[in-house]
Design a protein. Structure first.
Length: 289
């Protein structure tokens, strides 16, 4: 005999007791956890809050694991994974993405990004901006989505004109006569720092790697160390953000351009900054090679 304590009844077999528990409104049984609840609401709360259940409250269905539940939520509901909210339709979900400060949503592409900076980078990409910034140097003909991308192209030595970062820096110094975007305190006698060319030799081997004597970073190949030394890594940060409350410095014009384009500190709203940047880029085609 099997006794039901709650109903004060005896049953001839375990099967009969199980049938009674399943049919009776006095029992709300979770068979997985072997717990009997007093009401449906109590059982529902258990399903929703227990780490042993993967329960969809909208469909009243318990899944084997969280992966199955998430697959169900994405396939059968308008579900925001980040906020764990379900909406009545697609429009409601997209409106949530658009309005919620927890999301960084591109309406045009219907994509939600991890951060505001990722969204800004996406919005500044060629998906949303035409490549209408032309390289001004003869023999190149390449076009870019932004000024920073153009300058990076020139500084890297990848332009067919063979213009160098040194020439770009000298040109900017000539144009920025009021030191709007350049820092005179980081220049030597009013000009950009004297360029030093560092070349590593086999003497840079420290026993297990090639070591940079300036920053002590290690490289597996001597060629990689020399690429590092030829980069702007150890140059003076002669470019500056004109916003006093920001004051970030950069060793390259492309770095400053990226900072301005990101609108992190709103510096581009100042007319002096806009005029200086326009003058630099408008006159760049006249750079003497």
């Amino acid at each position: 005999m099997v006794y039901c304590n709650r109903c004060d009844r005896y049953f001839n077999s375990n099967g009969a007791w199980v049938q009674h528990v399943n049919d009776s409104s006095a029992h709300w049984m979770c068979w997985k956890c072997d717990r009997d609840f007093m009401s449906w609401n109590a059982l529902l709360s258990h399903y929703v809050n227990s780490p042993y259940h993967s329960y969809c409250r909208h469909c009243e269905e318990d899944f084997d694991d969280d992966d199955e539940l998430e697959e169900h939520m994405e396939d059968c509901h308008w579900w925001c994974r980040h906020c764990d909210q379900v909406f009545q339709n697609e429009l409601g979900l997209k409106e949530h993405y658009r309005q919620s400060p927890a999301h960084h949503y591109c309406i045009d592409c219907d994509r939600d990004f991890m951060s505001d900076s990722h969204l800004r980078s996406h919005r500044n990409s060629k998906l949303h901006h035409p490549q209408d910034v032309m390289c001004p140097f003869r023999g190149c003909g390449m076009s870019f989505v932004s000024r920073s991308a153009l300058v990076l192209h020139l500084e890297s030595g990848g332009c067919a004109s063979r213009v160098s970062k040194r020439e770009i820096d000298y040109f900017v110094r000539q144009k920025d006569t009021h030191n709007i975007i350049t820092d005179p305190s980081r220049m030597i006698t009013g000009a950009f720092e004297v360029y030093k060319e560092y070349i590593a030799t086999c003497g840079s081997w420290n026993g297990h790697a090639y070591e940079c004597v300036l920053c002590h970073r290690e490289f597996r190949q001597l060629a990689d160390l020399n690429k590092h030394l030829a980069s702007p890594r150890h140059e003076s940060k002669s470019y500056r953000c004109p916003n006093i409350s920001c004051g970030v410095h950069f060793s390259t014009l492309s770095g400053l351009c990226q900072h301005i384009e990101s609108e992190k500190c709103g510096v581009f709203k100042f007319r002096a900054v806009r005029d200086t940047m326009d003058r630099v880029f408008d006159d760049m085609k006249r750079l003497s090679l």
